[in-house]
Structures are given as structure tokens and as C-alpha cells.
Design a protein around this ligand. Structure first.
Ligand code: GLC
Length: 731
């Protein structure tokens, strides 16, 4: 007994910063009080390509980061953009985030985040560098496939559950790229000139939702500037909006190479500096870590008394809070890699995200038993690689050809490459090694022999084909696809075109093709999911997260000359203001080829007239709108009912309508169900940049209920009451 008592008496309580029974803030302040200036400085910048050093003397662990947002990227060598050559870092490649957005299914977004977080945890990563929620402003932007479309409500609604799902694994999500990264061309220097209304009503909301509702633990600054100052150390964006107004208590990190000044970095809210003197993709100065802006230069300014050490303390405080949430949290799960349930989630997101754009005479689903000719490089190309930092090494990637063969039987499926691109490269377009004419001839011959043709083309995440670092240089399909589609139609008009991309593309053949599918970079289970849809085993339910214009010049960003895109003299002017995407098409009455929110089903849905619970609301009220949705067809299906609002006489110009809610519902054949959504009246406010706050007018408003932004099935109007309504300050 004595020994035990003696042992108990001598056992020291752990130092407060290690004592898990103490509140986090007590532990954090205790650790800061024990750290030297050099130890604090070491924590706020990289020690390697993807890690920071922690504080070894105090047993505070390193922080390890990895790209996302569609899965856990391969392991890199310590100090350069080289794959480390591990054999156990293959992952489940989830579909790209545009596909997730196209599901309009927040529950799937949470499942998606759980999968990515679980595999990150298994790989011992503490931060996944994703999701991205920059608004889709031009169909040329190289990274739209990594983002969630053109509408702030859709992106906000989908990003919150993604973050919660990911962080449930004790891994931080890192919301990016804060903010206004809406093009890749000149991304590392372009200064975005945008009015405050558009900034607050379009470009900030998804970030605000991720921080205030998603409680994201990390945010990444973008490369570009806002009002002439780099976003990665921008006082207005970081200290004022992100940290003060939104109460962000996590870590604000740079993009790789997005810091440019020691004082600005120290004073304007940057907490961790990563990747300085790299281009974020292919090259960087070796082992420059002590020369980082927030390394020796900052230490010298503090030692000289020019900057206060307390600035560093706040950065370290946030980093330690991140550690307690992640690598110092003993209760976090262990994670898993490439499980059947992860693959099932990948397939589910892909199935629900595929969008059926056109289906004349029920051309789809394809009937079994006939000969199907699958034609196009995207039917066989591994598309989880490429695209830049979101590249993945998938343990599995079922190609569209494999998926179709598995579903319809090898003997019923012919294949021809049709066209070929060069190998993926982040800095230039490599020429194809194949002879285009012979590929075309072979494809035509194959199409002749088939009962139906499934053309699988699109973009492919090669350089300037949906890839980080620069934008597309054309709205058209590359590699001669348009001509090939015309040649194939000439010999076999029974053709469905599957576009795999993260952006809208031109479709000169649209009127001649009986069926068109907008598919995405679908990840590990893509081919199986596409076969699920094409065969009719699964009824398509995806809806477009962005507008597909008939012509590039019909897109707002391309209606104001070079100054609006890609910019002149280092400035890009968002002259369209609030009118991005369907907001532009609706307000300027320019019909899109396929509108935001569009997506067909193999069944049809009926909408009753919408009903309101009241006719007059106060600003603090919530509107309850309901309608009866009916499945009029002969098979089960899901429909996303969209609720847009418009204001009758706004004090400031507003878009014709704005998405404020949506509801995805699955109905059996013949089933009817009452759909009910609740819209806070406060969500009808707009940002008044002269008052610099949100305002809600006393006025008449209308709710437009639609199957897409252009297919409105019913409307109902109401009033917002007087009194409190005028100039109500809405947070
Ligand atoms: C890249 C990307 C960013 C990524 C980071 C690390 O430049 O812009 O999204 O997370 O560098 O690879």
C-alpha cells in the first residue's frame, strides 16, 4: 500500500498546458507563457512544404497539412513539389465540389466531409486544405471545378455540413481562398476591384457561413489583392470582417506563396505563413523557411522594438487552439482509408450530382441488349490526377468505359478513343501523341456499328483545361471534339453526349444531339455512377450549380471588355456588380442555354400553387412557404424545388430574383408530398454600401418557386411590415 501511496504522492499533476482537465484557454495561456520568442516565431511559419514545427521542447506537436478538397493528396517530399513515392497514400477520390454542389443535398455534403476527414486522419493530417467556395464568375476560371458554383446561398448551404463532417474527425477544414479568387489568370497579383454590395452579397456569404455556422478551424487567404492589398494580409478582410465581425477563432494561413510583406503579415491577421517563394504548384526556393516574412525578419523587428511581441502571441494562441482541437485531442477518431463505405459515398455523390440537361424522346436510359459505342478520351482517362493542388492518387478510379462495360456487358460495348490530349502538366499544354485523323476515322467506323453512341468528352484538368494556375483560353471544347461530334452524328444520330468538366462549355451541336449529360470529375466511382444513370438503374437528380450560356459573351464577366476579365494593368473590374450567373441572365433577359438549377429526371414532377403561413411579416419573422410536389411519372425520382425571392420597389437595384432556399425530395411513382421550407425575413435584406450595413425595406416581396431559375412553377407575394422594417441593421 505504501508503495502505491508513495507513487501517488510523487506523481506530479501535468503542467497546466498539458492538463486536459483544464479549460482550453487556461492551457493555451500557460503554454504561451512558457515559450521563448524564437519558439513562437518558429510556430507561425512553415518548416517544410506542408508542415509547421510546433514546440518540441514543450511537447507541442507539428501541424501537418494536406490538400483536399476532394480527398487526401499524396505525400510530398519535405522541401519540394515532388511526390514522396509512398505506396500507402492512395485514397478515395471523391467527386469534385461542383458535383457535390449539383446534388443540392446538404446531407451528402456532411457525408462527403466525413469521408475526406476520416482519410486525412488516417494519414495523420491535422488540416485538410479545403473546401473552396469562391463564386463561379466566368466559365473560363481554372479552378471552378473545386468550388460550389455561382450562387452564394447554394455554396453556403453546402459548405457548412461539409466542414462539420470533416472536422468530426478531429481534422481542421481550411476554407479557401479568402477571398475573390474568381480567376486563375494572374491569380498571384491581380487586384480585384469590386463594389461592397457584390462583395457582401455574393463573394463573402459562403465564407461567412463556413465561419459562423460551420465553425471552421482554419481559413486560407487567396493570392490576389483587394483594394490594392494582398488578401492574405488585408486588414479589412482579415482583422475587421473575418476575425472581428464574424468572430473567427481559428488559424488564418497563407496560400503557398501568398505572403509578401512582414509588417502587413504581422499586423493584418496572418497566423501561419506557408510556401513563401513558391508558385504554389511547381517550383520554390529550397529551405528558405528562416527567411520567410514571418520568420527572422519579424523576429528582428520585434527585437528592435518596432513591433510588439503580443502580435505573435495572438497568432500562437490560435495555433495552440487548433492543436487542442486536432493533434492534442486524445479523443479524436483514428480514421480509415478507402473503405467500402467511403467508395459508396463517392458513388452516391456522383450519382446525385450528374445533371441530365436534355433527353429528347426519352433517348435515355439506354436499352440493354443493343450495341453501345463509347467514344471519347474522357471515357478512359484517369481524371483524379491533374488540375493542380487538388490532384489525387486514387486507389480506385472506375472509368466511364469500365462502368458501362460492367453494367451492359463487354460484348455489348464497343470503344474508340475518338480524340486525344497530351499528358497532364501544370504549366503548358502538351501535344497529343496520336494522329487525330486516324482516331476520327476509327471512331466514325465504330459509331456506324452501334445502336447507340455514348460520347464522353469535355475538359480534362490538363493545363488550361480546368486546371489551377491559369484559365481556359476558349469557351469551346478542346482537341477537335466539336467536329468529331458532328462527324459521329452524321453516321449515327442516336447519340448522347456526356460532358465531363467543372465549367460550362460551348455546345454548337446541342440542337442535333438527342441527349446531353453534364457530368463532373466524378472520382473513384465515376464510371459506375455514370452507368447507374445511363442505364436507368438510378434516376438522375442533379441540378446545375452554374448557368451554361449559349455564348461566352452572354456571361456577365465577358460583357464589359478586358477590364472585367481577365483585367488590365493588374486590375480586374467586376463591373457586373451583383449580376453574376442567373442574376445576370434573369435581369438582362439573356436566356441561358441551360439555366442555373436546371436538371431533368426520367420522371416528371407537378407543383401545386405555393402557400404562405401569413401575408404580412415583421423583419424578425420566419416565412413558412409550402406546396404539394407530385411525381407524375412511372418511376421513383428526386426533385430539388428552388425558392427564389424578388422585391417590388427596392431602394437600391436588386437582381430580378435570388435563391433563398431549396429542398430536395424523393418521391415514389404517383406519390405526392407537402414540401415546406422556412425563410427568415432577414434573409431578404440587401447590403447598402452607402450605409455599410444590411438593410431590409418595407415593401412587397414575391417568392418564385421553380424547378430551375428559368422554370418557375408558381409565385406567391407578401409584405414586410413597416416600422422596424426600415433600415433594420441585420447582422
Ligand atoms: C496551391 C493552391 C492551394 C493549395 C496550396 C497547397 O497554390 O492555391 O489551394 O492548398 O497551394 O498545395
Amino acid at each position: 500500500m505504501l508503495a502505491c501511496a508513495a507513487l501517488a504522492a510523487t506523481a506530479q499533476a501535468p503542467a497546466p498546458y498539458l492538463d486536459e482537465s483544464l479549460p482550453a484557454d487556461v492551457r493555451i495561456e500557460d503554454a504561451i507563457g512558457r515559450m521563448t520568442l524564437d519558439e513562437k516565431i518558429a510556430m507561425i511559419h512553415a518548416q517544410s512544404k506542408f508542415s509547421t514545427p510546433g514546440c518540441p521542447r514543450l511537447g507541442i506537436p507539428e501541424i501537418w497539412m494536406s490538400d483536399g478538397p476532394h480527398g487526401v493528396r499524396v505525400e510530398f517530399t519535405w522541401d519540394d513539389w515532388m511526390w514522396a513515392g509512398w505506396t500507402n497514400d492512395s485514397c478515395t477520390a471523391m467527386p469534385a465540389l461542383t458535383c457535390l454542389a449539383a446534388t443540392f443535398n446538404p446531407d451528402l455534403a456532411e457525408r462527403y466531409g466525413e469521408v475526406v476527414g476520416s482519410e486525412a486522419r488516417f494519414r495523420k493530417k491535422d488540416i485538410i486544405l479545403g473546401p473552396g467556395v469562391n463564386i463561379y464568375r466566368t466559365p473560363l476560371s481554372g479552378r471552378n471545378f473545386e468550388y460550389m458554383g455561382e450562387d452564394p446561398h447554394l455554396a453556403s448551404t453546402m459548405v457548412v455540413p461539409y466542414i462539420k463532417g470533416l472536422q468530426s474527425n478531429g481534422v481542421a477544414a481550411c476554407l479557401k481562398h479568402y477571398v475573390l479568387n474568381n480567376q486563375e489568370h494572374d491569380r498571384d497579383r491581380v487586384n480585384v476591384v469590386v463594389d461592397e454590395r457584390a462583395l457582401n452579397e455574393l463573394y463573402l456569404p459562403a465564407f461567412k457561413a463556413g465561419v459562423t455556422r460551420g465553425k471552421v478551424w482554419a481559413v486560407m487567404g487567396s493570392y490576389n489583392k483587394y483594394r490594392g492589398t494582398y488578401c492574405s494580409h488585408n486588414d479589412t478582410l482579415v482583422n475587421d470582417i473575418l476575425k472581428k465581425q464574424w468572430g473567427f477563432d481559428g488559424v488564418f494561413i497563407t496560400d503557398w506563396g501568398s505572403a509578401h510583406d512582414t509588417r502587413e503579415a504581422a499586423l493584418n491577421g496572418l497566423d501561419i505563413e506557408m510556401g513563401s517563394w513558391t508558385n504554389g504548384l511547381t517550383w520554390g526556393e529550397s529551405n528558405a523557411y528562416d527567411n520567410y516574412y514571418m520568420a527572422r525578419p519579424l523576429r528582428n523587428l520585434i527585437a528592435a522594438g518596432e513591433l510588439d511581441e503580443k502580435l505573435v502571441d495572438d497568432k500562437v494562441r490560435r495555433i495552440l487552439r487548433l492543436c487542442l482541437r486536432t493533434n492534442m485531442n486524445r479523443n479524436r477518431p483514428w480514421g480509415a482509408m478507402h473503405t467500402d463505405s467511403h467508395l459508396a459515398a463517392a458513388r452516391e455523390v456522383a450519382r446525385e450530382g450528374i445533371v441530365l440537361l436534355k433527353n429528347d424522346k426519352d433517348f435515355l436510359p439506354l436499352k440493354s441488349g443493343g450495341k453501345i459505342a463509347v467514344i471519347g478520351e474522357n471515357a478512359v482517362k484517369v481524371l483524379s490526377i491533374g488540375g493542380g493542388s487538388s490532384e489525387l492518387k486514387p486507389k480506385t478510379e472506375i472509368s466511364p468505359l469500365q462502368g458501362i462495360r460492367d453494367r451492359f456487358g463487354d460484348e455489348n460495348v464497343l470503344f474508340s478513343l475518338g480524340y486525344a490530349s497530351g499528358a497532364p502538366d501544370y504549366s503548358r499544354e502538351l501535344p497529343s501523341p496520336y494522329d487525330a485523323d486516324s482516331l476520327r476515322e476509327a471512331a466514325i467506323a465504330t459509331a456506324r456499328m452501334a445502336d447507340a453512341v455514348l460520347f464522353v468528352g469535355g475538359l480534362n484538368k490538363n493545363f488550361s483545361q480546368d486546371c489551377e494556375g491559369d484559365d481556359r483560353t476558349s469557351f469551346s471544347l478542346p482537341f477537335g471534339q466539336d467536329a468529331l461530334i458532328a462527324d459521329l452524328l452524321a453516321v449515327n444520330p442516336r447519340m448522347a453526349v456526356v460532358i465531363v468538366s467543372g465549367n460550362a462549355v460551348d455546345m454548337p451541336w446541342q440542337a442535333k444531339v438527342p441527349a446531353i449529360i453534364q457530368s463532373w470529375y466524378l472520382g473513384s466511382m465515376g464510371g459506375a455512377a455514370l452507368a447507374d444513370i445511363v442505364s436507368g438503374d438510378v434516376n438522375p437528380s442533379g441540378k446545375l450549380p452554374f448557368s451554361i450560356p449559349a455564348r461566352l459573351e452572354d456571361c456577365a464577366a465577358h460583357a464589359f471588355g478586358e477590364r472585367a476579365y481577365p483585367g488590365v494593368n493588374g486590375n480586374v473590374h467586376y463591373d457586373e456588380g451583383l449580376l453574376v450567373g442567373y442574376r445576370w441572365h434573369d435581369t438582362r433577359r439573356i436566356a441561358a442555354r441551360y439555366p442555373f438549377g436546371h436538371g431533368l429526371s426520367y420522371t416528371t414532377f407537378g407543383y401545386s400553387a405555393p402557400r404562405l403561413d401569413r401575408k404580412v411579416y415583421m423583419p424578425s419573422d420566419t416565412i413558412t412557404v409550402s406546396l404539394t410536389l407530385s411525381n407524375k411519372g412511372s418511376r421513383e425520382g428526386s426533385e430539388t424545388v428552388q425558392f427564389y425571392t424578388s422585391q417590388k420597389k427596392p431602394r437600391l437595384p436588386r437582381p430580378a430574383k435570388e435563391l433563398k432556399s431549396f429542398c430536395k425530395t424523393r418521391l415514389k411513382a404517383g406519390e405526392s408530398r407537402v414540401i415546406e421550407v422556412r425563410i427568415p425575413v432577414a434573409d431578404l435584406a440587401y447590403y447598402d454600401d452607402s450605409l455599410r450595413r444590411w438593410v431590409l425595406d418595407e415593401d412587397e416581396f414575391t417568392i418564385h418557386v421553380g424547378a430551375s431559375s428559368a422554370d418557375i412553377r408558381g409565385k406567391v407575394s407578401f409584405r414586410v411590415a413597416p416600422g422596424m422594417a426600415l433600415n433594420t441593421d441585420i447582422q
